[in-house]
Design a protein around this ligand. Sequence first.
Ligand code: MG
Ligand code: ZN
Length: 223
Amino acid sequence: MNETKKIPVLERVMKKNEQIAAEVREQLHEKGIVTFNFMGSPGGGKTTLIEETIKRLQGKKRIAVIEGDLATTIDAERIRHYGVKVLQINTGSMCHLDIRLITQALEKIDLSDIDFLFIENVGNLVCPSSHDLGEDYRIILASVPEGPFKPKKYPVIYKEADAVIITKADLLEYFPDFKVEILFQHAKEIQPEIKTFVVALKGEKIIIDDWITWIEQAKPKKR
Ligand code: MG
Ligand code: ZN
């Protein structure tokens, strides 16, 4: 295989994609839309967090959602239930969303009366980090059963993140080795500006208010 020839082509594609992403971000800003890219492992609670966030922003923010999964419309159907605009992208064998898939999706959604666009990326902590989707904010989920060392093990995705949310915090009592402050400290060593949140959506004590307060006031931002 001729690697010297391949690398420049890939670099050019990446550069072109970054340009397209910057244009998309500008178009969304012109419409007054703030966009959030939710990233995390499969089963980390991305769809649940989006559902619960939509519920709490009802009547305050008009929301559209792009759902990324390899297959099925299961998550899109869950979101549709809340009466928001939702579009499912099935990536087939691709383990991340890219800006070309986002532009195709945006052609199919009426964005004229939208305040927030939520993008649920494919469950993956590796390559989504190198794909600008035209978002304003990158939100990384770290669920308690995954253990406390995700920032240490996957630093690249944390480097570009605006917020980290520890999800499934209702399970903390079963994971005594999971220390919330340690994970946050590791994340801040990688990205000092990162915002930190804890969310628990099951069990007796629901915790989500700090996250909702933050997202509610989120303004368009340049990346
Ligand atoms: Mg999901
Ligand atoms: Zn990928």
